[in-house]
Design a protein around this ligand. Sequence first.
Ligand code: F6P
Length: 547
Amino acid sequence: MERDVTAALAALEAHRVEVGHHRIADLFDADPDRFGKFQARLGDLLFDYSKHRITEATLAHLLTLARAAKLEERRDALFAGEKVNLTENRPALHMALRNFSGRPIMVDGRDVTGDVTAEREKMFAFARGIREGVIRGARGGAFTDVVNIGIGGSDLGPAMAARALSPFAQPGLRTHFVANVDGADLADTLAPLDLSTTLFIISSKTFSTQETMTNAASARALVAAALGEDAIGDHFCAVSTKLDLVAKFGIQSDRVFGFWDWVGGRYSLWSSIGLALAISIGPKHFEDFLRGGHEVDEHFRTAPLQENIPVLMGLLGVWYRNVWGLGAHAVIPYDQRLARFPAYLQQLDMESNGKSVRRGGGLVTMATAPVIWGEPGTNGQHAFFQMLHQGTDIVPIDFLLAAEPVAADARHHELLFSNCLAQAEGLMRGRSRHEVDAILKKQGLSADAAAALAPHKVFAGDRPSSLLLYRRLDPRMLGRLVALYEHKVFVQAAIWDINPFDQWGVELGKELASRLGPIVSDDQASTQGLDGSTAGLIEYRRSLRGA
Ligand code: F6P
């Protein structure tokens, strides 16, 4: 297998030289059907990848690479519940949380679909109770605010989705998300809230994450102080796989929603970790969200590789990362409510594929996860797009765009839509010196002034982008988008031969923070044994606080 992957990559390297001779704009001119050829659909979702530095031969080479890496076999193993998360000896079966196929999903020889449905129904019943005001606070008031306390996958998913689907939220029931151990996060979130009508969800797969446990303890103390210790049972619920630890925190067992160790943290939005979202948008919309994810699972599982959107997204990423050597990838939603989607993807992509060791333990021989970043358009246009257009680095982009707005002005949306297409076009076509000269001449600039200004107005172009165009950002569409990126990440992990489902890289920082904690807390504690910088910084802090 390894030899085949190396050969496929070498063929892609050679092919790149040839593609490098063609401008994307020229490829469009040469083939009037380019847009038709380089697109894939899933229902009304269109994935346009025609504005890339690719030809049909490129695709053929990339598919050869996918086959050499045994992508289809890996995908099938994933869906079959094999223990693909090798270092943690477990399967990765987030697809079981959105499985409407009627097919069993086996974990250790047992079908887990019944457990999944039962836990989901329990969550939905609770969500309904909150929404309908049947479940109330200790003082008898219906809940008006829900605060999810969690971090990483126990925060980013529900926070991103609640914002994306805010038009579907129940009026008068607001959701908030507290993640950072910085007390400002909790303090600023709670400042405007009435604790007597606030429900806290402690979301933590392990129920031991320092940030979450610290915020949870502080929130608990605040509620106890404001409403009395007896109010805790009414104002707290939890989502975790560690039911024993939750019980110790004092949360009633009928308010604990479980999930399973075969659901990775960054894939857990589909599980009870979505409780805040389910309360906000209601069970029906939450189920639509799950169904959107399921549609993508079926597509990923069955569509031929050349029509398979997550496969194409993953392979295009590999083309730029490994063959062109590009280290960043931007995701720019022209959809304000997807403002947190890039942050969500940062965890999904970089925590999954930010690895240097192969599944078997050897070092990787090619670059893995690029830096994923992004902000919504049009705001980004007035911030970092200058660099995207004229900077020295090329950053491939995914644009996300709806055909129609949800609960927003149609005229605004037309402008938004035009801006997105204009940026993608401008990045691809650029503007040549010849065109600039003609424009400046027409503007009446003197020859000298035009010659001085012209180089600054030239755009190299050939800056690639994909565009995901969907009807509207509703729960089903959001489910599709999230699942597409989940599987894209999986595709790249398969090519790079890494395990996307563990996250050992997060551990070192956690370990060191707990070592430094007591030294920071105690001004008398010795800093001996620490490196000079760390010791110096702690001592400088002491001096500032002393002063
Ligand atoms: O940051 C590492 C991590 O383990 C993530 O993978 C996870 O989503 C996050 O911490 C939160 O973990 P937990 O849900 O166990 O609190």
